[in-house]
Design a protein around this ligand. Structure first.
Ligand code: PSU
Ligand code: MN
Length: 305
């Protein structure tokens, strides 16, 4: 058996693939581990809607009963959303093992990229990628997302990396791994809740035609994907210094409670939402929608190249 045999497409995505319509892959760890129920389900639906508004078919990816599902219907998103915590957070390394016991899982950026690529999808939208955690010099906590970006030919639209991470080390690691990064209408790598991080990017792009050409060439040249950095819309951005303080608190809490490994990211995300009284959640939702819209436009442009 090969990995492709594990793929199942929703009827809508199957039709879009054969008709060569633009498709945007979406991850599901945001649903299972990134937000609490029912906002996770509302967000997943609204992000799909955003992709549709821009003319693409959304394909939310997850592992369902041991199968790699590309495209979930509303009911399936609801079911996954209710399972928060009770379901596996699958990164690349977990896929075969979850499939072997016919389990279900939310897929991280790394796992979603892998499945998207298997399915022949070119463009994927997420909120923020995983990265090098603060204190990684001791814990070695570096997200598998970064390694996947180096070896899988899928373009990933993100709003940068949250400053729950060490952005400088994340960018260094990406450089070492040879990952191509382009800022969409920005000169700096964005910091998720904030439009800039202080870290300059080497490449910038200002239009969809150029972006689509970059995606296509990166796909031709490889071996990895293109990371497209798309800053949070101005009217949703949070004040940098204030959010930085809350994040530092969350990181300290995680350390004090000994939270690490794959629990680190979900714990920090939830703690930041509490500490900002939900403001970070609103920003998070706005930026994912914004990324889905850009990914959809890029996918539509790719179809025209
Ligand atoms: N960043 C966010 N929200 C998220 C995640 C990252 O702002 O929900 C999720 C993504 O699915 C990402 C994963 O791929 O966390 C990274 O987890 P880890 O650090 O364990 O690799
Ligand atoms: Mn980790």
């Amino acid at each position: 058996m090969s990995a492709v045999d594990l793929l199942d497409f929703s009827p809508e995505v199957a039709e879009a693939l054969s008709a060569k319509k633009p498709i945007v892959a979406l991850e599901s760890t945001i649903i299972t581990h990134g937000m609490a129920y029912p906002r996770n389900v509302e967000t997943a639906r609204s992000v799909e809607e955003a992709a549709r508004e821009m003319g693409a078919v959304p394909a939310t990816i997850a592992v369902i009963d041991g199968r790699f599902r590309v495209g979930l219907n509303g009911q399936e998103i609801e079911r996954l959303g209710e399972l928060t915590g009770g379901v596996v957070k699958a990164s690349r390394r977990d896929l075969a093992l979850v499939a072997a016991r016919k389990g279900s899982a939310g897929t991280t950026v790394a796992a979603t990229m892998f499945i998207a690529s298997l399915a022949g999808l070119e463009v994927f939208a997420t909120g923020g990628i995983g990265g090098v955690h603060r204190g990684a010099e001791e814990t070695f906590d570096i997200s598998a997302d970064l390694v996947e970006l180096a070896r899988t030919r899928v373009a990933v639209v993100c709003a940068g990396a949250k400053s729950i991470l060490d952005i400088a080390k994340t960018l260094e690691f990406l450089e070492t791994q040879g990952v191509a990064i382009v800022g969409y209408r920005c000169d700096e790598f964005p910091a998720f809740y904030a439009r800039s991080s202080g870290f300059k990017l080497e490449h910038r792009c200002d239009g969809l035609h150029d972006l689509a050409r970059m995606i296509r060439l990166q796909r031709d040249i490889g071996p990895g994907g293109l990371l497209i950095a798309n800053p949070i819309p101005e009217n949703h951005a949070l004040e940098q210094a204030a959010i930085e303080e809350r994040i530092a608190e969350a990181v300290a809490d995680a350390k004090a409670q000994g939270v690490g490994k794959k629990e680190a990211t979900p714990f920090l995300l939830e703690r930041v939402v509490e500490l900002t009284e939900g403001k970070s959640l609103e920003a998070n939702i706005a930026l994912i929608r914004n990324n889905a819209m850009l990914a959809a436009q890029a996918a539509a442009e790719l179809a025209r190249l």
